[in-house]
Design a protein around this ligand. Structure first.
Ligand SMILES: [Zn+2]
Ligand SMILES: [Zn+2]
Length: 389
């Protein structure tokens, strides 16, 4: 019997507005869009932020036969959750079929999401109108409290505390359960409870972590967002296994997100900061959750031969120090072969020996673990790091 496996990909993780600031490139600047492929092949898309365009441009054409079913859940109608729709190229392809799910907004009335489509493509805001969208589209209204199944997966929707409303979605697959709770603020007893119901025993809880706990208590109170600390509380109380910090503030640099993640990891065992290109596998044998991050995207890579000393923390949280060779180097990062298994999204001190005027000199760099693969040598892992300031 084969083990059921689900794959969760992060295409957009930024809140409020996209960013192209170089200081935000590591976590990524596209607004919310997640993709979940369930073990039965059903494709779920969660939110249609600008990350949706990237998903569309990598759209895999079906290898013969029918296109797989795609079910798209839109949590609410704020720009950052809908702005990718007109730029999602599969919507312009005739044989594709999409099932959209969202709530009836009291500001829009019937067919709220359909109206959002039309409004986004109305003149003078967009060059072509709806008639250019040839894919079949079906719209379904969902309400907080609804629960239904799509093939072998169970979906539950719950209201979250957010201006003009927002739905959280829980998807239970045979490989595991994810709870998607973007855009929510703690402080409403009833909705705090529904967030915990959504997250109960989930393998992955994706929670709004836009603000620091300090901002949330003061200047950003009432803005509709949450913090890493609230995420930790919810994960603990609901018994969720892994917490993913999501909806990063557009003003948060990568270093700021690093520090939020660090603080969250001091309080809860399994935490990741959502990162564009990150893939989490559920149900894989051996571990409950495996996360992978893409390599450096644009780096010019060169083969190199630098002796290096690497210090960091293992997955189990133990400090290690190891001598190795760096054989693949770019200005942005390096691929380092290690015997120790460092934690993904942790920091390594990489001290490389570089020939200088007065003999060999030590070059100290801070490397951030973005990727771990099986190593070329036996008993080693290939660790991809990005150098940070
Ligand atoms: Zn948002
Ligand atoms: Zn919002």
């Amino acid at each position: 019997m084969t083990v059921p496996i689900a794959k969760l990909s992060f295409w957009g993780v930024r809140g409020s507005t996209p960013t192209v600031d170089p200081a935000t490139w590591r976590y990524g600047g596209n607004t919310p869009c997640l993709e979940l492929i369930a073990p039965d092949g059903t494709q779920f898309i969660l939110d249609c932020g600008t990350g949706l365009r990237m998903l569309g441009s990598r759209w895999a054409a079906p290898k013969g036969g029918k296109n797989p079913e795609t079910h798209i859940f839109v949590t609410h109608y704020h720009w950052d959750h809908i702005q990718g729709i007109p730029f999602f190229s599969p919507l312009y392809v005739e044989n594709n079929e999409f099932h959209f799910y969202s709530f009836r907004s009291k500001f829009l009335g019937r067919d709220s999401l359909k109206q959002v489509f039309e409004a986004q493509m109305a003149l003078p805001y967009f060059p072509v109108d709806m008639s250019a969208m040839n894919a079949k589209r079906k719209f379904k209204e969902v309400d907080g409290g609804d629960s239904f199944t799509i093939r072998e997966n169970k979906i539950t929707a719950r209201w979250l505390n957010h201006p003009q409303g927002c739905l959280g979605f829980r998807i239970e697959t045979p490989a595991g359960t994810i709870a998607y709770a973007t855009d929510n603020e703690p402080g409403d007893a009833k909705l705090d409870e529904s967030l915990r119901e959504l997250a109960a025993g989930a393998d992955i809880l994706i929670n709004d972590a836009q603000f620091t706990p300090e901002q949330l208590a003061t200047t950003r109170k009432g803005w509709g967002h949450s913090s890493w600390l609230e995420g930790v509380r919810v994960a603990r109380e609901a018994g969720a296994k892994t917490l993913v910090l999501f909806h990063h503030d557009p003003d948060s640099t990568d270093r700021m997100v690093d520090s939020l993640l660090k603080r969250a990891r001091e309080e809860f065992d399994s935490v990741f900061a959502a990162s564009e290109g990150m893939v989490i596998t559920l149900g894989a044998p051996g571990e409950g959750v495996q996360a992978h991050m893409p390599g450096t995207r644009t780096a010019l890579r060169r083969e190199a031969q630098f002796r290096a000393k690497v210090c960091g923390l293992t997955e189990g949280g133990k400090a290690f120090e190891e001598e190795t060779m760096v054989r693949d180097l770019s200005l942005q990062g390096a691929l380092i072969s290690l015997k120790h298994l460092p934690q993904l999204q942790s920091e390594l001190q990489v001290t490389m020996e570089a020939p200088g005027e007065n003999g060999v000199q030590a070059m100290k760099l801070r490397g951030y673990v973005v990727r771990i693969d099986e190593g070329a040598e036996k008993g080693h892992v290939a660790v991809g790091v990005v150098f940070t300031d």
